[in-house]
Design a protein around this ligand. Structure first.
Ligand code: SF4
Length: 243
């Protein structure tokens, strides 16, 4: 099972301003606030240990509302089945930036530095998104080497895929090997972690639809079209805007 680590994550102040509700550009926020954004962006890299784990699984059957692997494991959800309708393989992925950033967020919250805590949490969400982007790039390369296409990514808990399927994903993938665990209520630890599934097969992803197109939050979501991957392809912990 490939483990990839040591990413360089490039997060700049503009990205942070966009996803943290500060408007569309640095010019729209005051000098003091801008300095806080800059401090947080400068501090964050030393608090992140980006890592991802992925594995390819053979698909036995995709029905109307479920996907069955040759191992007998099943995932359910209409959108999952739609996105992966011709998939012969599914790649399960777990991404994380480790626990240190969220520990610093908790410290800032305890000590009353709530604005810094909020901004650093947003950087963490952006960072997990960037790790997921790297995973998507690797899966695209893998599919292209086989002359195949990839589906849009989807995560347990997203768009009708039951969050409880996270247990099956963890059983198959074993994210404990990269330091990610799952609580009985299916919350990941570290919180700044994500899981996703991407199908590989013929003529997948052609519609360009993503999970955002089916999300009830899409009109108000700060992350949609503002993250590097243009949406939460990943199930991250709650962050800005309740995400
Ligand atoms: S990025 Fe926003 S709109 Fe897209 S799936 Fe996530 S919460 Fe929904």
């Amino acid at each position: 099972m490939p483990i990839v680590r040591g990413f360089k994550l490039n997060i700049d102040v503009d990205q942070l301003v966009r996803v943290s509700g500060g408007g569309g550009a640095q010019a729209t926020i005051g000098q003091r606030a801008l300095e806080r954004y800059q401090q947080v962006v400068a501090e964050a890299p030393s608090l992140m240990d980006p890592i991802l784990l992925y594995e390819v699984f053979e698909v036995d059957h995709v029905g109307q509302d479920r996907l069955t692997l040759t191992s007998g494991h099943e995932f359910s959800g209409r959108l999952l089945a739609k996105f992966m309708r011709t998939a012969s393989k599914v790649v399960l992925i777990c991404c994380s930036i480790g626990p240190r950033l969220e520990e610093r967020v908790a410290y800032y919250q305890r000590t009353g530095a709530t604005a810094k805590a909020y901004l650093l949490d947003a950087v963490g969400s952006l960072a997990v998104d960037l790790v997921a982007q790297e995973a998507r790039r690797l899966v695209r390369e893998l599919a292209e080497s086989e002359g195949m296409s990839v589906s849009a990514p989807l995560s347990p808990g997203q768009s009708g895929w039951p969050l409880t399927d996270q247990r099956t994903l963890f059983e198959l993938l074993g994210p404990g090997r990269i330091g990610v665990s799952l609580s009985p209520s299916c919350v990941m630890n570290p919180l700044k972690s994500s899981t996703l599934a991407i199908g590989i097969g013929p003529e997948l992803g052609e519609s360009g639809e993503t999970a955002c197109d089916y999300c009830p939050l899409k009109e108000s979501c700060n992350f949609r079209s503002r993250t590097p991957s243009h949406g939460c392809d990943v199930a991250t912990s709650p962050g800005p805007e309740g995400r």
